[in-house]
Design a protein around this ligand. Sequence first.
Ligand code: PHE
Length: 474
Amino acid sequence: MSDNRERFSSRLGFILAAAGSAVGIGNLVGFPVSATKNGGGAFLLIYALFVVFICLPVMMAEMAMGRNAQKDPLGSYKLLANNDKKWKFAGFLAVLTPFMIAVFYMVITVWIFGYLTQTGLGNLDLLADPGHFGVFINSYTVFGYMAVVVIIVNLILLGGVKQGIEKAAKFLMPALLVMLLALVTYVLTLDNAMAGVKYYIIPDFSKMSASVLNGALSQAFFSLSLGMGILMTYASYISKKDDIVSSAKMVAITDSLVAFVAGLMVLPAIFSFDPNTDPSALSDSSVSMIFVYLPKILLALQNDIGYIGASIVAFSFFLLVFFAAITSLVSIVEVPTATLSDRKGISRKKALGILTLSTGVLTILCTMSFGMIDSLTSFTNYGGVNKSFFDIIVDVFYDTILPLNGLMVCLFVMYRWKKARLTQELSLGSPNYAGSLMEKYVNFSLSTFIPIILLVIFINTVATKFFDLKIFGF
Ligand code: PHE
């Protein structure tokens, strides 16, 4: 163990930072809307089962790898595989994936920051105009917002693990919870709020299908920041005395609770705006929900509380989403930062400089692929659909490679690193783990059905996304 490796100051610091990574844009809008469209309480139940029985073991495996190796993901695979070349690719993907996801997540965070600023300036009415989003993302002001977001992320990361990541999480996470609860409390007092709560909670099992199950698992996987090397990196900053098993549980509970409670904010707001909303007609895309649909709803609150009141609610909402996005963005940029400084021995400052330049170029290209530059907007065509530069990054890294990374973690930990080592690592700080039912379940599931499920999802995504083929019938 390298003695000079940076550390979180406490287990709470680690849990808050990891939960900060997990709680993101996906929790606040994506989750509530897909739950409502896909069977309400039935979806919630299935999602919870997926979190506990599939995601938690993968999360523990990722954390155990990082803590044992005390290295970034690339270094962890290398060390734990004894330099075996066969696993080089897994390590490489575990670093390339966060790098690319950072690019796409940055684009959305920048838009959120733009909407936050505009509501702060009193322009909620402008944002609620249905044509505004298209104009906004193609205006050059986006680059100004981008500069500010890049500076914020860099300032946090320059502070390092304790003074940067942990400090930011210790402030942003409690603030996020307070804002979320305040917004839920307010929204629940609106007329027809309960109609939304009903759609969200009452189970409708008839909506269940293979593709809904696939969607729920992918959502849970993404939401818990799995397959991105983040948990491996963060766990490399905790001590051998820390309890990974209960930390992982805390992170999973916090993330799922925030997602659930966010539904009590979003659905009542939608139904109080229009009690006859057809849930199946709500957009699947979090982007159009956040930037087109919700501003309209937020503006309509002016009938109740006046324009200033509505602007304050809208500002709190965008601030909430912004805080959630920043802690996630910080966590994902930390992975390549750790890789550069661990592998090349360069300072954090230099690593961040290199990453700002490299992700910056790609982020600018993505930003320009919504209409600013035609060749980026219609970059290519596959699966029968035209794809922009941004779409490709989302399809390849978010949709396709994430489950593949998860699959590799399972196979690596079980068949190369071996079960006994996983148990040994997880028992440090959690002495009752060895021999427990939990240990048996983790070892059994990670070596059998979890990798099979992830493999099926991976193959299915490749077939449907890129070849327009339905091989498993969903
Ligand atoms: N868990 C995040 C979310 O729900 C996803 C994420 C994490 C994205 C880290 C990027 C970086 O939005």
